[in-house]
Write a protein that binds this ligand. Structure first.
Ligand code: PMV
Length: 328
């Protein structure tokens, strides 16, 4: 039986991936650092069969859209080339990343799919090879191969061979928490793919982003190594706000923020002035993720729950990397 079941967790970027230098191979303009999250994961079962006429994908019990099918088949073609087969696949995926969370569920989805498909076809890829493969499904998926704290190296080669993630610190080593403050559940107007494209092509602020990201990475690496929350938090918050500034400098300008996004950032900064170590970061959407240690989680929840427009608050800790699990 050419089948496998794999689980992978979503990750939250602390130094963001923002901008591509190659859209096809998904090569980023800068390296990035993330934390893999324990509470949000995707479980994928895949079975390859020579008799099946086409790939099929059932997501949370519902047949996926034709655009999702197209994207998945294109990705599986990469695996079929590696395994020298034409067999089509039936995929069933359960997504435990709440849609509302605005978290990149594609990071978990493509890490799980890359691992499940290669295992099912008997390819024993190293984590580095798996990270390069997952990257070609969704950039942030390169990081979800590993648990804990992870860096995705941008590389310099045109073929992407030096563009993959490496683990920095394991999930068990530091009890850092992320409080995810949901301010909007609707689909965003501008996808991260389109947002990056527009910013790279038109925002004069993008050059400053690239000029500062190396030093952000350096500070973040050391802070993670030393379990230094103030150092990591300050750099993560600054990096996120700088990334969002590039969208406002783009043409036409845009922002992922809503009213409540700004108010939550403000409340986190007020909390900090009162001695509660908490720091905001925001992906390509309106929701805010607040970094803090376990003893501060309740304070953060309390500070942001009364903000008008906040609909849900979720809490996650550091999670594990991709792994095979038993059963379909
Ligand atoms: O991997 P994508 O295409 O979902 O892009 C993710 C981009 C950000 O979430 C904004 C930053 C990041 O590093 O995850």
């Amino acid at each position: 039986m050419r089948e496998a079941t794999v689980r992978a967790h979503a990750n939250m970027a602390l130094v963001k991936y923002w901008g591509k230098r190659d859209e096809e191979l998904i090569l980023p303009m800068n390296s990035s650092i993330s934390m893999t999250l324990d509470q949000f994961y995707v479980t994928t079962h895949i079975i390859f069969d020579d008799q099946m006429p086409a790939d099929s994908l059932v997501l949370n019990g519902i047949v996926a859209s034709s655009s999702d099918h197209k994207r998945i088949s294109k990705f599986l073609d990469l695996v079929r080339v590696l395994a020298d087969t034409n067999a089509r696949a039936a995929i069933r995926s359960i997504n435990c990343v709440p849609m509302a969370a605005g978290l990149s569920s594609s990071s978990a989805a493509y890490a799980a799919l890359a691992s499940a498909a290669t295992l099912a076809l008997g390819l024993r890829l190293t984590p580095t090879e798996l990270s390069k493969l997952a990257r070609q499904g969704s950039g942030s998926a390169a990081r979800s191969i590993y648990g804990g704290f992870v860096e995705w190296l941008m590389g310099t080669r045109n073929d992407g061979d030096d563009c993959y993630a490496v683990p920095l610190e394991s999930a068990n080593d530091w009890n850092l928490y992320v409080v995810i403050v949901i301010v909007d559940v609707g689909a965003k107007l501008i996808s991260s793919r389109e947002g990056m494209r527009r910013v790279v092509a038109t925002s004069p602020l993008y050059a400053d982003w690239l000029n500062t990201v190396e030093s952000d990475l350096k500070v973040a690496r050391t802070a993670i190594q030393q379990h230094d929350l103030p150092a990591l938090g300050h750099v993560a918050e600054a990096n996120a706000l700088r990334m969002h500034a590039t969208t406002m400098g783009a043409y036409p300008p845009f922002t992922y923020w809503q009213w409540a996004t700004v108010e939550v950032i403000h409340r986190v900064q007020v909390l900090r002035s009162k001695g509660i170590q908490s720091y905001a970061t925001i992906d390509a959407g309106p929701n805010v993720a607040v970094l803090c240690e376990q003893q501060s989680v309740a304070f953060v929840q309390d500070a942001v729950s009364s903000v008008r427009g906040v609909s849900q608050i979720l809490v996650a800790g550091p999670g594990p990397g991709v792994r095979e699990i038993s059963g379909p």
